[in-house]
Ligand binder design. Structure first.
Ligand SMILES: *Cc1c(COP(=O)(O)O)cnc(C)c1O
Length: 374
């Protein structure tokens, strides 16, 4: 029986042609014309006045963003608890201290009310990391207003939301610095890679400098800064350029998957799809469902049934970072008494969201889930 994936790479013809071009011209590594072109194409895609630095991963881009903002040992950085650990690991690389903020139910993202409370307890964080979970934009206006009032910069982790918009503007362009990822299961992939984005070219120039070993302009190798080897290679950029041509098409297919699940489950009262933001247009990177806690069906039962009957891959919701052993000493701020992030984790799961799913695959997945709730 064929395997149905959560979200696997979908390649087209252009990627191979562009990679072949890189080989034919021997621009294998490091850097090369595809890297410059990919940065230019992404900047143009993101919107007027944006700049981009192509890096080896989205995680490296978050690390460079923190470096550009001068985050240092002992600084406090706010971040949502409900996200992938890579959103926050670079905070710890720099010796800074994450403080986790709870999610709200409307979009599953950082709760502006909890963020306000966090500012009461910690009035001077060095940065706020905002994530657009599973491609749904966060409440950017509310979050930005609070951060602006405190004059604290936002690092926007748009790793999962490339092509999602908020009030007509691309996610990744709202923060002082934004990041995107081209990891294998994201909406487009370069096999691995990421970019740091900013409207301030000083930042992208600095990220490029630091990520190519921080070599001072001298004939000999001279260094006044600690450098990193984080730059994207020319072959990787060639794949990314090919993929970018298909980003909008991938978004349409992802949306179709979400809408098909939503329509199929609309009469099952105990089941709801992950929420979208009415002020945004999500890329629906992963379609997720949430089960009423009073229902006897659990996420594990759904995941087991899909694995056994459909050979389909699913994934639990990201386990909140404040519940992770590695972050057990970090503070967690919620708006009220309820731990919303833990609730979403306990009662939800990510459904197969691969754009190569056939109509038959989708029918089989939907039928299997409906049987559980019958
Ligand atoms: C994938 C992801 C990252 C990391 O990106 P990589 O390119 O895999 O390093 C960061 N944050 C979030 C929310 C992600 O989903």
């Amino acid at each position: 029986m064929k395997r149905i994936y959560l979200s696997s790479p979908t390649m087209h013809d252009e990627e191979q042609l562009l990679v072949k071009e890189a080989f034919d011209t021997n621009w294998i590594a490091p850097l090369g014309p595809h890297v410059d072109a990919f940065e230019k194409e992404i900047s143009e895609y993101m919107g007027e006045g944006m700049h981009a630095a192509a890096l080896s991963a989205g995680t490296a881009a978050i690390h460079m963003a923190l470096k550009c903002l001068g985050i240092k040992r002992g600084d406090i950085v706010f971040a949502p608890s409900l996200t992938f650990s890579a959103s926050v690991n670079p905070v710890v690389y720099e010796g800074a201290v994450p403080v986790f903020i709870d999610s709200e139910k409307d979009t599953w993202n950082m709760d502006p009310e909890a963020l306000k409370k966090a500012f009461e307890k910690y009035p001077h964080p060095a940065a706020v990391i905002v994530v657009h979970l599973y491609g749904t934009p966060a409440k950017l206006d509310e979050i930005k207003k609070i951060c602006d009032e405190h004059d604290v910069p936002i690092v926007e982790d748009a790793a999962e939301s490339l092509s999602s918009t908020y009030k007509g503007r691309q996610t990744g362009t709202f923060g002082k610095i934004g990041i995107i990822s081209f990891n294998g299961n994201k909406i487009i992939t370069s096999s691995g890679g990421g970019m740091m984005l900013s409207s301030n070219e000083e930042y992208t120039k600095k990220a490029t400098f630091l990520s190519t070993q921080a070599r001072d302009p001298a004939r000999h190798y001279q260094h006044s800064n600690i450098g990193y080897n984080y730059r994207m290679s020319n072959v990787v950029a060639a794949i990314g350029r090919g993929q970018l041509k298909h980003l909008e098409e991938h978004k349409v297919l992802k949306k179709k998957i979400y809408e098909q699940y939503k329509e199929a489950f609309k009469d099952i009262g105990a089941l709801s799809m992950n929420p979208l933001n009415k002020d945004g247009d999500a890329n629906n990177w992963l379609s997720c469902m949430s089960i009423d806690p009073k229902c006897s069906v659990t996420p594990d039962m759904v995941m087991d049934a899909l694995a056994e009957k459909c050979n389909a891959e699913t994934r639990p919701i990201w386990k909140p970072l404040h519940l992770q052993p590695v972050f057990k000493d970090c503070d967690f701020i919620k708006a009220g008494d309820v731990d919303v992030a833990a609730d979403i984790f306990d009662h939800g799961l990510c459904l197969p969201s691969d754009i190569k799913n056939t109509p038959e695959d989708m029918d089989m997945i939907i039928r299997t889930i409906k049987e559980l709730f019958a």
